[in-house]
Design a protein around this ligand. Structure first.
Ligand code: PHE
Length: 341
């Protein structure tokens, strides 16, 4: 029988000199492999006299444990060495997992705007882009709101330091631009974009928000057309179960005028802070284009008529997703925004 102490000592000695993973594998085969010295020695135990076998077996197993754990330790050390060498010779550690590229997505309001475009496109409306910086004439006077008219109180306004230049308070001045562009043809457009009002920010109102204006000009257009289009829109946007109601209202640039409300998605109509405890959330104003405005756009009110409306996409988004605070849209909290990815 081989001398176990001597075998262990020799094996450990050799292991210390091993410097590569190939060398390590050769060592493993020489001692612990199927034809290795220790394995052969273990097999030889069967030939020993019965009385010596237990002690010899125990000792051989001890040696195997010592060699196995020495092997594992050496293996780790060699791996660490080769990694260190690799990192030293190149700055790239190809074994690290890559950083997953994060894909962005459209802001929830842009998604809602696209929904709105698609629904109105089905009804023959094209998108008409107009400016965010307006003049007093187009934002107010062309829309039948003279200077100092009390109706201006409906729109708190950001005036610039240039007299007569302001951030548009609504998309309605786009009506004038569109009429002048399309005159004398009949047309149907929506005018989406940002609007600005110098006012207190609440759960329902922001100082910057979007509107989608709608405008249809032609002959024999009636308030019934406006109602039909808006009802179709609401069904497409919110589903058939959501309720829409019209209320008589006042705007200087439409006559007659109306506002439309949708039943509140947060409280289901029972009343909450968002809907001012009315159960309804206003989403748009509209009406028949005022004769003076038609004339300002170049259309003879004796021949032409039209309807106009202006809706708030932020309000639509509150209702569509059951969000209870308009300020969330522009607070830039990704935890909120990512929910719409
Ligand atoms: N411009 C109005 C507002 O901002 C909404 C509106 C648009 C009303 C078109 C009538 C017609 O409140």
């Amino acid at each position: 029988m081989v001398d176990m102490d001597q075998l262990q000592q020799r094996a450990l000695q050799e292991l210390e000199d091993v410097g590569s993973s190939e060398g390590l594998e050769a060592w493993r085969q020489a001692y612990l492999g199927r034809a290795g010295e220790l394995t052969t020695a273990l097999r030889g135990i069967g030939q020993l006299p019965a009385a010596e076998r237990p002690a010899a077996g125990q000792r051989a197993n001890q040696v195997r444990q010592v060699l196995t754990s020495a092997f594992e330790a050496r293996e780790k050390a060699i791996e660490a060495q080769s990694l260190a060498a690799m990192l030293e010779s190149s700055s790239l550690d190809v074994r690290l997992p890559g950083r997953p590229p994060s894909l962005g997505h459209l802001h929830v309001i842009n998604q809602v705007l696209r929904d709105v475009y698609a629904i109105f496109a089905q009804m023959g409306f094209s998108v008409f882009q107009t400016r965010e910086v307006e003049d007093d004439t187009t934002n107010f006077q062309m829309l039948n709101i003279p200077p100092d008219h009390p109706a201006r109180d409906m729109w708190s306004t950001f005036y610039t330091t240039t007299p007569g230049v302001l951030l548009r308070t609504h998309t309605s001045p786009g009506q004038v631009h569109a009429m002048r562009q399309f005159h004398p043809d009949p047309f149907r457009v929506i005018l989406p974009g940002k609007c600005y009002r110098y006012e207190q920010v609440t759960t329902r109102s922001e100082y910057m928000f979007h509107q989608v204006e709608g405008l249809a000009i032609g002959q024999h257009i009636t308030m019934g057309d406006l109602k039909g289009i808006l009802e179709h829109f609401a069904r497409q946007m919110f589903g058939p179960e959501r309720r829409l109601r019209f209320r008589a209202s006042y705007f200087p640039f439409t006559e007659p005028s109306a506002e439309a409300d949708v039943d509140c998605a947060i409280c289901g109509g029972k009343g909450c802070q968002l809907c001012k405890h009315t159960g309804w959330l206003e989403i748009l104003g509209g009406g028949m284009v005022h004769p003076t405005v038609l004339a300002n756009g170049g259309y003879d009110p004796a021949i032409y008529s039209g309807f106009a409306f202006g809706m708030g996409p932020e309000r639509l988004a509150l209702l569509k997703y059951g969000i209870n605070d308009i300020r969330l849209f522009y607070a830039n909290d990704v935890r909120f925004l990512q929910q719409f990815g």
